[in-house]
Design a protein around this ligand. Structure first.
Ligand SMILES: [Zn+2]
Length: 120
């Protein structure tokens, strides 16, 4: 019989969750490198590109920037979850302090709120 820490919850494998968070973070960073070129300022070449093509290029650029913003938010969520893990607060709702259901954490390991607070 192993001694369980006071705050250990059923069905929550912190080691596994931490690995998932780190894997997800690594994936996002990889994507960020791959799409770096898309986020460079659009070069408009009057000679080789028509008006529509320029609009496409600018739209793609905007989309790339938007995706980059989302990735940054996601990385912040993951970092915050990892920090909560270190502090032994992981798995508890930031708003009401209740336990976040393991099922919810399985779907979104970085979830900072319980279902009630997230939907309310
Ligand atoms: Zn809550």
């Amino acid at each position: 019989m192993a001694k369980a820490p006071a705050k250990k919850k059923k069905g929550l494998d912190l080691k596994k969750m931490k690995k998932r968070l780190l894997d997800e973070r690594a994936d996002i960073e990889k994507l960020e490198e791959m799409t770096e070129g898309d986020r460079k300022p659009v070069e408009l070449d009057q000679q080789t590109q028509g008006r529509l093509a320029r609009m496409d290029a600018m739209q793609l650029h905007e989309m790339a920037l938007e995706q980059e913003r989302r990735r940054e938010v996601e990385i912040q969520r993951i970092d915050a979850a990892l920090k909560r893990m270190e502090e032994g607060e992981y798995g508890y709702c930031l708003s009401c302090g209740d336990e976040i259901s393991p099922k919810r954490l399985d779907t979104d390991p970085a979830a900072p709120l319980c279902v009630d607070c997230a939907s309310g």
